[in-house]
Design a protein around this ligand. Sequence first.
Ligand code: C2O
Ligand code: CU
Length: 657
Amino acid sequence: MTTLQWMVLDHAVAVIGAAAWFGAGAAAALRRIGPALALLVAAVLATAARVLTVAVLAVEGWWYVQEKVLFGLPVALVTGVAAVLLVGRALLRARRAGRDTLGSGRVAALFTAGYAALAGLIVTFVVGYPLEWSTGLVALAGLMAASLLTVQAITDAADLPGAASAPGVASSDRAPARLTRRRLVHVAGGIAVTSAAGGTALAFLTEPTVDTGGGPGPKSGEAFSVADLRGPATPGPGGSLVQHRLTAQQATVRLASGEELRDAWTYDSQVPGPAIVAHEGDLVEVTLRNADIEDGVTLHWHGYDVPCGEDGAPGATQLAVAPGDEFVYRFRADQIGTYWYHTHQTSHVGVRKGLYGTLVVHPRPAPGDAGLDLTLPLHTFEGTFVVGDSAGPTGRVASPGTPVRLRVINTDSEPHELALAGATFRVAAVDGRDLHRPGDLDEVRLRLPAGGRYDLTFAMPERPVALVIDGNPDAGVRMRPDGAEEVDLSPTDVDTWPELDLLAYGQPTAVHLDPALAARHFTIVLDRGVALVDGRPAYAHTVNGLGHPSIPDQLVTEGDVVRFTVVNRSLETHPWHLHGHPVLVLSRNGTRSSGSPLWMDTFDVRPGEVWEVAFEATNPGVWMNHCHNLPHAHQGMMLRLAYDGIQPIDSGHHHAH
Ligand code: C2O
Ligand code: CU
């Protein structure tokens, strides 16, 4: 079984256990001794099963179980054992004697075990990892309060005339309960209130603003602003100037395939925005003007390691460009490959509505026969799936032997599944970076993370070829030799093809980065839970239990080798994306990367996965580090990686841009 399956099973037995405890309590209160006994047995079995599921998950990683081991399981076991000792024998005796009532204290014990199971579930779903002492205490106080209120309610009910049909049992239980319950309820209430207040205050007081990852803390010294980290003014040797003016504006766009997109947000009234193509060494200079996007816009060069001041992260590297304003971006095209650009302001809305485009940098000198080179951003507009600028399938003609390169870019927030039917091909590059000796592939599916890019290369065969996306025959690219029939996409059984594991694809080769030398190591645990997002409590997508901007900055020093452990204990995929640096994938779920060195800027961390990656801190700045499912980032899953001595734009230092 996979970690995800164990996670789901653990949630399931936890829910079953809580339901069974409450059911047993309710049955006992309703004097249904038989069902109460059966439910008690079910509750005990479910609680025992949880010991197993938690133990298995603990082997997968402490992050998956910390709150369960420290809180959920202990309270479940203590209250469960107490309930069995108090109630089990009594139930058996009652059944034998033909009686149908239990004392109210015993009924309350069953409910208390139910509250404990429920409290464990709430802590898991609301708090998650890491569980702080303060939170654990608040949860415990809540559990006590609920239990005592139940004692009160049950004994009040038992006090009603005629309610006690077995006076011998009821009165002996009732008397001490009546004596103590008010006081106990007050005490429990007091504890709950104090712990809640204390816990909250503690959480605010001790919140660190920076995570050093086990490395040295910040050195005080003069700090300079990312606004000063700008690109060069001249091209590199042999390069020239590639200039664009992009105007961000709302527009109704007509796609090449005829569909109309109303209410699009565009660069230059088109989607995707103008394709930016450069050659190695060129100076790319893009003037962004905002016509009428009220929220403001920027240009972020996804996967391109530009100087930080050019990165287009509002609030960190620049202020968002307001309507009527301009910003000029300049950077050298030093990295060849397939990239894209998009707005980073309100990006969960802006990118979806169309503020994105492609950036492709060719090597210099350009290779002889470029063949058929297609750049294919995949995007979904309100249910309309668009490849490039076309909503239907795109047809191309290429003579046999033509080298073909398909640069597939996922500009959506969910992964897309690719399959190339009809040709033996290679994944030549991932996220713009060439793989080392990628092998021939046939009949495999490729899963492209949100934000990610794959370059697929092949020589055009004598038969038609189809790029199938998400198994959908009505979208994608069909290529055929002149005169050949178009390939029929529908019968292709791509669903049965195995998924390519990029961690085992291509051949290993030496890399300059030695992860053993890591100066800092950060753990990023992804989950859902209640957290502050932009200062407001929300059911957030969290990083280590917190939401943006309350997540501490990760501090690095220029030159550090840095490691990330990224753990997903939620039930959704999180495409993790660090700005400004590609990361080298070291392992997934403990299995080392065994193929070509795999450098990625966006990697899918699926539920129950643990990724180890490393990078070199060689690009000073303040960089966003976030989930590229953009609604998730908006709901908290975003933080910053900050170089020591560098200030973000919003820190009170004033710099013109
Ligand atoms: Cu493609 Cu922070 O983004
Ligand atoms: Cu996410």
